[in-house]
Design a protein around this ligand. Sequence first.
Ligand SMILES: [Fe+2]
Ligand SMILES: [Fe+2]
Length: 249
Amino acid sequence: MLAVDQKAKNEEMMAKINAGHKLESLEEITDEYKDSLLKLMIAQADSELAGAYGYVPWIEGAPNMPERLAMANIVKDEIRHARAMYDLLDKVGIDTDALIEAGMINRMKVFYEPIKTWADLVMFNFLMDRAAGHQLRDAAECSWGPWSRAMVQIEKEEWMHVRHGEHWVKRYAEDPAKNAEIQKALDFWFPKVNRVFGKSGSNTNKVFQKFRLKQRDNHDVRKSWYDEMKPILEGYGLKVPAIDVVEKD
Ligand SMILES: [Fe+2]
Ligand SMILES: [Fe+2]
């Protein structure tokens, strides 16, 4: 009986998705859709929170007072993004306090990497917040209405973080005393951020695309990130590594 219910529900749900409609309630979605939705939203929620924590030491570590305020604002943005994501999860019945308390076993590896210097920090802003911006483009167009609407403001703020990084990366790249340091930061972060998009052509991603929870293959998102940032960095005289297709995690 349950299988039959899911089948009928699936047909109705897919008809809405294929017609470009947003889904708004749990009654409209199948278990498979919900599993995919949770996987993606939990990953984003944790990344927002982990991102905030990674920036916290740089309120104190920033080179001057305006930059301490800029970093405090970025931390506030990321905590607000995390809260928005956990609120969305709460509304689909997840015990988010328990989720946070249990810690994230699937946290993205990039968030375990230490940000050791200001050059590392601004390159992380440049590469990683930009990666988030490109990934959020897909989320903003997704079939789950509440998530897609919440992404509009978050996406804008990620681009402000990118601009913050860009200002400093340019400044360091053009300073002969800092140029080697910023190139080193690029070489350190590049392969790590290249991997956050996930495997190219993965079957999981195909399911996300079928449900319009993602709009593009992982590698297409990675390529849009790469094609955008490469000429900017090369314009500053930095050497950009080749894109990696990531066939295995
Ligand atoms: Fe964020
Ligand atoms: Fe950000």
